[in-house]
Design a binder for this molecule. Sequence first.
Ligand SMILES: [Zn+2]
Length: 496
Amino acid sequence: MTETLIPFAEAIERYEPVIGLETHVELGTRTKMFCGCVTTFGAEPNSQTCPVCLGLPGSLPVVNRTAIEYTIRIGLALNCTIAEWCRFARKNYFYPDMPKNFQISQYDEPLCTDGYLDVEVNGKTVRVGIERVHLEEDTGKSLHVGGATGRIHGAEYSLVDYNRAGIPLVEIVTRPVTGTGEDAPVAARLYVTELRDLLRSLGVSDVRMEEGSLRCDVNTSLAPPGAPWGTRTETKNVNSLRSVERAVEFEIERQAAVLDAGGRVIQETRHLHEDTGTTTSGRSKEEAQDYRYFPEPDLVPVAPPRDWVEQIRASLPEAPAKVRARLRAEWNVSALEMDAIVNAGALDLVRQTVAAGASPADARKWWLGELSRRAHDLGTELTALPITPAQVARIAELVAAGTLNDRLARDVIDAVLAGEGDPDAIVEARGLAVVSDEGALTAAVDEAIAANPEVAAKIRDGKIAAAGVLVGAVMKATRGKADAARVRELILERLT
Ligand SMILES: [Zn+2]
């Protein structure tokens, strides 16, 4: 079914969006949440299981201390209050990839509550309230075989892999975010970006969205300005940063059309289609009571000692936002320039290139310019380009030393990306260095003057602009290997 949509700019003129995000992050503990099974990604299906994570009768869970510690780390980094005493709860529902038929989660007694994360959105700070951070166990994975879509409908049979069942999973729930207006989709993406960077800096997860270790449910509602909040929809399991933005944007366009037509937005979960950026209806949303939560009787309460919490607080690394502020000062770049570096996913690359000896300006120039274009053309991330920060630093150094001009540097980049080796080896093998031999340059200049007598006459008459023609002729004769500025100087020395 094709949905009716209102163009985004028009929708946002008439309606105020409210967004909310629930983020699930798989913790990078060595073992699972309630048993000793290892958590290595990509192992042979069902090779990392035991009676506890398979939910066999009589098996008893034991809490993983490191998972508690990681969750407290996350809570503290998000400015939350850490509970002095809390319990796990059973969330009852049936699903084939959840062998116990209940999930051990936290309900009304989460480990961390009431924090915030500041996010820079188009030069403004948006403080995103964090309602809760709680700990639960992940489910297994179903693989539906034989259907065209990979979904259960139309499949011939399904396989279940319980390796993921019982991996510690932290859920981070924001409070509703209001007042972002047309920036709502971007704000959603930047919140998840900031959260991902924070989690990575804490060392608690590998936060790989493509492997599912960070997944997002995106809530969106719409209402006319001043009216009570509208009914929200929840787009489930969004697994890329770009998709987070598109999910909000699409829901604003779709809900605006429903409201414009005098309809009612239905509270439901929706699925995002990564290929088209559209969402379709899933199921209507369960209420909490459908899960019949009750305190988990097989586990003792969690009461983290205060001195332990303080130790964890003292061990927190510098927050990514602080790191960026420090680098901004060191590199002497504006907030907008820093945003461009971060949005391009180039912060670590620029940092490493500077560490390898390039100036911050050069490192930025190559990663945000030429290399971003190459990544875009190849449809890949900057970090996936087969060129290292050290190689980029060396190319910048060769340019600064006058061995390469920008054009030749681009040829060297091509060659590095094509796997031809390090910049120095490429310059040597391909003879790419700038012609710096003054004698050779002078000869080329004299030849160009002799071959273009009318142009030379114009320059002698004071039409300096005509020199460009001769510079072009010399560059052509040297196949781009001359220093254009020096060539121009030589021409003017001779003719004026
Ligand atoms: Zn196990």
